[in-house]
Design a binder for this molecule. Structure first.
Ligand code: NZQ
Ligand code: ZN
Length: 392
């Protein structure tokens, strides 16, 4: 196991009706003037924004509203938010929604206190030194941004999707009420679930040895997802299954399952070019990319993929042919994704094979090196090609 430092200061408030307490938590973490930042409509339609406002009113906390965050959130909305925060002397950002609203909030939080263009943090030109406090009321189990140190924004000019990371942007508190996720369309539920599983796999495939505790924690999260996702797809109002998935989404990405081990993250980088170019759901893009990445890299360590096959997908170990076990595990992963309604190839996602050179070029600009297998441009092109034609 590698040396590590683990800092996860977020206070999680989990369960039914907990959104009605958000005013109390904003006050606890020093908010006196709040920016309520939310998406394109679901949180208004469900009455959630009204309940959040009522909770702030009860605590005598002032607020301004800033809605309209798009999935794959844009820099333009962040600039608007920064301007509003400065004008209104906002001292706390409350994200109401999913990863998109939360990431946009985190970006406004750093941009408001920065004497320059907030994109500098995404382009690597500057490091985050301060941020307004952020709280979240989560409405979709997916990105894990409610507990993570990262944010992802798309620059509209060129649709460039990039991430930034700092412990300074971890939320002060996150309110997780599984009931709020019951209004999700099945496709969004499944996309979120795929993202959660991908966050674990990015950590599971490692070259670090002797990491039994995190291996087993990863497996626990994945087995939970395999049990609970089909239950919510069949019965969207199943509170207990929703609750397990919601907590799995947090655990999958605040890094408790990833400490002390090298992590890969190339699948995320390769996917971000798809959601950047086609504006598809991030999880759906991962359903196409992650099994293709597995097809391409499993020979690097067939035994680790066989471990996945046996422990997670219930395959029988073929000691004569470890590769065959590994391949069967990848096949079962892809079949699972298909069974929950995810796309598994370019056509199903709405991507085009002729765009592969553009995708590869944009990926190259990320300067990303995988922690499990380093990939050349040709390798990335091959992964896109496998993804383009994948079948179950
Ligand atoms: O905008 P509204 O109307 O709210 O609709 C959203 C959106 O269309 C809808 N939705 C959310 N909660 C709902 C709901 N609809 C009905 N009922 C509800 N309760 O779902 C759609 C997706 O929402 P979004 O916030 O985009 O989803 P998600 O949480 O998957 O976030 C995706 C973004 O997070 C980034 C992704 O790249 C993508 O931009 N990621 C952020 C990470 C992080 N900060 O740590 C890590 C991830 O790997 C990921 O890259
Ligand atoms: Zn993700």
């Amino acid at each position: 196991m590698n040396n590590f430092q683990f800092y996860s200061p977020t206070e999680f408030v989990f369960g039914k009706d907990t959104e009605n307490e958000c005013g109390k938590y904003v006050k606890k973490y020093g908010g006196t003037k709040v920016l309520i930042h939310y998406g394109s409509g679901s949180a208004v339609r469900s009455g959630l924004v009204d309940r959040v406002k009522a909770s702030l009113d009860n605590e005598g906390v002032d607020y301004v509203l800033h809605g309209g965050v798009l999935p794959n959130p844009r820099d333009t909305k962040v600039y608007e938010g920064i301007e509003l925060c400065r004008k209104e002397n906002v001292d706390f950002i409350l994200a109401v929604g999913g990863g998109s609203s939360i990431d946009s909030s985190k970006s406004i939080a750093v941009g408001t206190l920065y004497d320059g263009d907030f994109w500098d943090f995404y382009s690597g030109k500057s490091n985050i030194e301060k941020a307004l406090p952020v709280g979240t009321v989560l409405t979709i189990a997916a990105a894990g941004s409610e507990g993570s140190n990262s944010a992802v924004i798309t620059k509209e000019d060129g649709m460039i999707k990039r991430g930034m990371g700092s412990d300074l942007i971890r939320p002060k508190f996150s309110i997780l009420n599984p009931e709020l996720t019951q209004t999700l369309p099945p496709y969004q539920t499944a996309s979120g679930a795929t993202d959660i599983m991908a966050h674990v796999f990015e950590r599971y495939f490692t070259n670090t040895t002797e990491v039994e505790i995190t291996d087993r924690l990863c497996e626990a999260v994945l087995l939970t997802m395999i049990k609970e996702v089909p239950r919510v797809i069949a019965d969207p109002d199943n509170y207990q299954a929703r609750a397990n998935i919601m907590w799995a989404g947090m655990v999958a990405h605040n890094n408790i399952v990833g400490v002390g081990r090298d992590q890969d993250w190339n699948s995320h980088g390769i996917e971000h070019e798809l959601s950047g170019l086609y504006d598809c759901a991030h999880g759906a893009g991962l359903a196409v990319i992650m099994p293709a990445w597995m097809d391409f890299v499993y020979k690097h360590n067939p035994m680790r993929f066989a471990q996945m096959a046996v422990r997670i997908w219930g395959c029988e170990m073929n000691f004569e042919n470890v590769d065959a076990t590994a391949v069967e595990g990848i096949h079962r992963f892809r079949s699972f994704l298909k069974s929950i309604g995810m796309p598994i190839n370019f056509e199903e996602l709405g991507a085009k094979e002729e765009d592969i050179p553009v995708l590869v070029e944009k990926f190259g600009l990320q300067n990303r090196t995988g922690g499990f297998v380093a990939l050349s441009s040709d390798d990335v092109a091959e992964i896109y090609r496998i993804a383009a034609h994948a079948e179950c």
